[in-house]
Design a protein around this ligand. Structure first.
Ligand SMILES: O=C(O)CCC(=O)C(=O)O
Ligand SMILES: [Fe+2]
Length: 206
């Protein structure tokens, strides 16, 4: 009994020492279910290379992305405006699981597909003006285990966590205000990973 509680507490402790809340839940999907989601998402999602404008130049990212939501919201990220596609049944099922686990509701999801460790994501925070301020982000990962890192904007302190196949991580409260996060590239990773970040964006006229 004591052991069970100890493990639950440990799995859910805040990874950040200050100024935000990041909780790693570990795998919330069983191995077979996680394998099914990985395969289905690879095939069913409208993957495309992301466009961004950096220092006035239009570039396309190596990783592939997709964005789904409750309605055809538009969202500006790295100076390019995107329009959301409507949820698929598979994504809705996933969203429900994530909402039940973290006790929040979401209205959109940004998906990233990294073919291998040569693809990653640079330091950033998800505090775009279209997002609900200090809203929770629920991050689900399938496929290759990858290191996910946080860096405090002022102190430069870093914290990292390996995100496993079928796992959930949440970022809450002031995390985006005070911390950057990244998915470092890695020569050791040779297989694909899919990440879904469930978010709450500000609804037009809401
Ligand atoms: O792939 C990941 O785990 C991170 C994705 C991310 O930070 C984002 O989509 O904003
Ligand atoms: Fe992010």
């Amino acid at each position: 009994m004591t052991d069970l509680f100890a493990r639950t507490d440990n799995a859910r402790r805040n990874l950040l020492p200050r100024d935000g809340i990041v909780e790693y839940y570990g795998p919330i999907f069983g191995e077979a279910e996680a394998d099914y989601y990985l395969g289905s998402l690879q095939n069913d999602i409208a993957w495309h290379h992301d466009e961004a404008v950096i220092l006035g130049k239009r570039i396309t990212t190596k990783r592939q992305v997709a964005w789904y939501a409750d309605a055809a919201y538009s969202y500006t990220y790295s100076k390019v405006t995107k329009t959301a596609l409507h949820w698929t049944p598979l994504l809705l099922a996933l969203k429900k699981q994530v909402e039940m686990n973290c006790g929040e509701t979401f209205n959109s999801c940004l998906l990233n597909l990294y073919q291998d460790g040569s693809e990653g994501m640079a330091w950033h925070s998800d505090a775009e003006k279209d997002l609900v301020r200090n809203g929770t982000i629920g991050s689900v990962s399938f496929g290759a285990a990858r290191k996910f890192a946080f860096k405090h904007k002022q102190t430069k302190a870093t914290v990292s966590q390996v995100l496993e196949h079928g796992s959930l991580l949440t970022m809450r409260g002031t995390t985006q205000t005070h911390w950057l996060h990244s998915l470092p590239k890695s020569k050791k990773v040779s297989s694909a990973r899919i990440n879904l970040t469930f978010r709450k964006i500000r609804q037009p006229d809401a």
